[in-house]
Design a protein around this ligand. Sequence first.
Ligand code: HAM
Length: 419
Amino acid sequence: MINIPKGTKDVLPELSYKWRFIENAARETAEIFNINEVRTPVFEHTELFLRGVGETTDVVNKEMYTFEDKGGRSITLKPEGTAGVVRMFIENGLASTPMPLKTFYITPCFRYERPQAGRLREFHQFGVEVFGAKSAETDAEIIFAASTFLNKLGVSKTELQINSIGCRICRAEYNKALKDYFRPHLGKMCATCRARFDKNPLRMLDCKEEDCKKITANAPKILDYLCGDCKTHFEKVKRLLTAQGVKYVVNPRIVRGLDYYTKTVFEFISTDIGAQGAVCAGGRYDNLVEELGGAALPAIGFAAGIERLLLLMENTGASFPAAQKPLIYVAGMDDITRAKAFEIVAELRLNGINAEADLMERSVKAQFKYADKSGAHYVAVIGGNELAANTVNIKNMADGTQTAVNLNEIYSYLKKEKK
Ligand code: HAM
């Protein structure tokens, strides 16, 4: 017996309707906001993530599934969706299409993390990336799209936390202030923080080590260092969110785990699923397209973790639509009536009805038992007498009532009943 790899999950047939519900809500949200689907490969050249996600991040340093392919290329399974979409945008010259360009994806992602509730090694993201628009309205629209998606799922108990981490100009000032603050404490900080001190001091704020957390608690706050443009932008985003009825709190501690962010960053946090509370997160990345070799174009996006949303919905008793069940099961008694049952079911399916007949060569009694277990709303049994009279007895499994229906009128009967 070979087991499933650690940190991965099967989606079993009786659970897949929950996934479909979440994915449908993602697609419906995308449609309302006029966002088109894109699909990029599950693997990319490793360098894309080194340069895109950033070499000082945990994702790149510790968590990537990287291997050499048979041609000697370094390949990485995507740890997140943004870098691949940016590569696609640049490689296909999409900057010359009308802006903004709004895209979404539903994709598996891979991170070699320590598995725990809500943290997997293979997980799935619904993500949105919007290119070409620098306005605060874009930030507000994207956050509103994320919040619309969560509302569609009935996930209302999350808190939206927002922050601005500034642009290149204010970040330079802020990095200097951070270094001045951290320098005297460096001896007491972890090796990762010490390495980040030179390369990217902002990342030190994300350290989970208790000793480092105590020191970072009093570090200077980015919001005090924003340049005029970033400050105005952030104020406008907040005003627009309020105007849209989107509640938020400003959390100056959010820096995000990936390097590409600028200006607005945000996370929808839940307290109902344990330590891994971020169900949806994102922000602006105005330099990434250029850094990866494209035009100097702003961009913004978010991604929601499907497994975390599922966990949250299950933990908070959110309602899912009913699982898929046959509307009718048609049972036969012998070769002739079974053949008829098969014919009827084929006809019903051509009319778009979820109908089933026996594939297991079971007795009528066993067919009935299976039909009941499968949750069929109606069960019809055709015997010799019924066939001779050209009728069938249809049993409503919910109330036990039986109705004789002409064999040629099963479809119209079901249609009437469905209303
Ligand atoms: P992220 O915060 O790394 O951002 O991931 C986004 C979401 O993916 C998280 O909030 C979480 O719900 C889910 N997630 C992340 N890691 C795991 C894991 N190991 N197991 C289960 N779920 C996980 C990004 O990936 C950015 N690309 C988001 C973005 C798009 N920013 C701009 N555009």
